[in-house]
Design a protein around this ligand. Structure first.
Ligand code: PLP
Length: 387
């Protein structure tokens, strides 16, 4: 068989590899504490599960419109109105099987040989993977530890060329937990006025997980870029629904039909019962979300304090998501080597910063979507290992 050359450029998400290896070690009888996985450790709230079960019992077994059932898109529009204070026509909303699908659609819509797409580094590894798969040149936007893992808008604007087609922004961020300050977004949007052909994809999948009373700053707040902004959001993280595969995007009016056409070509629609679960998630009680975020915040306090006590570790206080991204340079070990040794010798699964880009060297990603007890045990083990 002779496969397409583009496959040589397709990357992956190492977190899934580490997860598989951690599971293998567990199956072989080793006690592994998993701080590698990027998903809430809570079950999906009962009311949401029940809504899906009811939909199945009610006979929702067939295809739905490719962009999602109207009541779900209306519920998303209402959520956008309440939380982001923007009015969105449900026709601009496309419901997809997970946030990743929006990412793939947006990148492949713009990506081709000869063009450039900018992505955060360290950042979610699929951005770069799909950019390169599309044939476009992946241009990293460095994130800086000393500015809470934000980018510099001036630096982003300076990197735009006449080949730039799309800029990817992710706040709150994976893997750093960083939050881009509103002032930096203001500056970015102001500068983009000079570059009317450049589109923006804002990955706001962690929008509900922000701490310290700092409200989430969304790029949807800028009407001047409405006709070229793709908003990526979804249910996976907010409602502990990673395995359901459900996400939404708000597309510019001109792009929504193209996203829908891609959906028809790829997956037809999201399974019907899951869409009913999505309506219940958005319109039902939000207390479970509040409880999860409160729990993450408490764990954030514990993990940051404990990581900062480890020799050779230095950890910023992340403003959002459920990741801590300590600098481990002073341990004298490379990120991948430390990841390996912590997994095999200390029984703690974490992810090397280099899994998220070249700028991730010198860092490890810890997910604190785990109990305080497990976080404490994991850090005790790492402390013993380093000693
Ligand atoms: N965007 C970011 C920044 C993520 O961290 C993730 C998942 O880890 C996704 C998107 C994808 O989410 P989903 O599971 O809904 O595809």
């Amino acid at each position: 068989m002779i496969l397409a050359n583009s496959l040589d450029r397709l990357g992956t998400e190492t977190a899934f590899d580490v997860l598989a290896r951690a599971q293998k070690l567990k199956d072989a009888g080793q006690d592994i504490i998993n701080l590698g996985i990027g998903q809430p450790d809570f079950p999906t709230p009962d009311n949401i599960v029940e809504a899906a079960a009811k939909a199945l019992r009610d006979g929702q077994h067939g295809y739905t419109p490719a962009n999602g059932i109207l009541p779900l898109r209306e519920a998303v529009a209402e959520d956008m109105a309440q939380r982001r204070r923007v009015t969105i026509d449900p026709e601009r909303i496309v419901v997809v099987p997970g946030g990743k699908v929006t990412m793939y659609f947006a990148i492949t819509m713009f990506g081709q040989p000869g063009v450039e797409i900018m992505y955060p580094d360290p950042g979610f590894p699929i951005y770069r993977s799909v950019i390169e798969f599309s044939g476009a040149k992946a241009v990293p936007i460095p994130l800086y530890e000393n500015s809470g893992f934000s980018f510099s808008a001036d630096e982003v604007l300076a990197k735009i060329t006449d080949r730039t087609r799309l800029i990817i922004v992710n706040s709150p961020a994976n893997p750093t937990g960083g939050v881009v300050p509103k002032e930096e977004l203001d500056k970015l949007v102001a500068g983009l006025a000079e570059h009317p052909d450049v589109a923006i994809m804002s990955d706001e999948i962690y929008a509900r997980m922000v701490y310290d009373g700092v409200p989430h700053a969304s790029l949807t707040a800028y009407p001047e870029i409405e006709d070229r902004l793709i908003l990526l959001d979804g249910w996976s993280k907010t409602y502990a629904m990673t395995g359901w595969r459900l996400g939404w995007a708000v597309w510019p009016e001109a792009l929504a039909p193209i996203a829908t056409r891609l959906a028809i070509n790829v997956h037809s629609c999201v399974n019907a019962a899951t869409q009913y679960a999505g309506i219940e998630a958005l319109t039902g009680p939000q207390s479970a979300v509040d409880q999860m975020v409160t729990a993450f915040d408490r764990r954030r306090g514990v993990i940051v304090e404990r990581l900062n006590q480890l020799p050779g570790f230095r950890c910023q206080r992340p403003g959002g998501a459920f990741y801590a991204f300590p600098n481990i340079e002073a341990t004298g070990q490379k990120a991948i080597a430390l990841q390996e040794r912590l997994l095999t010798e200390a029984g703690v699964a974490v992810i090397a910063g280099t899994s998220f880009g070249a700028q991730g060297e010198g860092y490890l990603r810890f997910s604190y979507a785990n109990s305080i007890e497990n976080i404490e045990r994991a850090i005790d083990r790492i402390a013993d290992f380093l000693a």
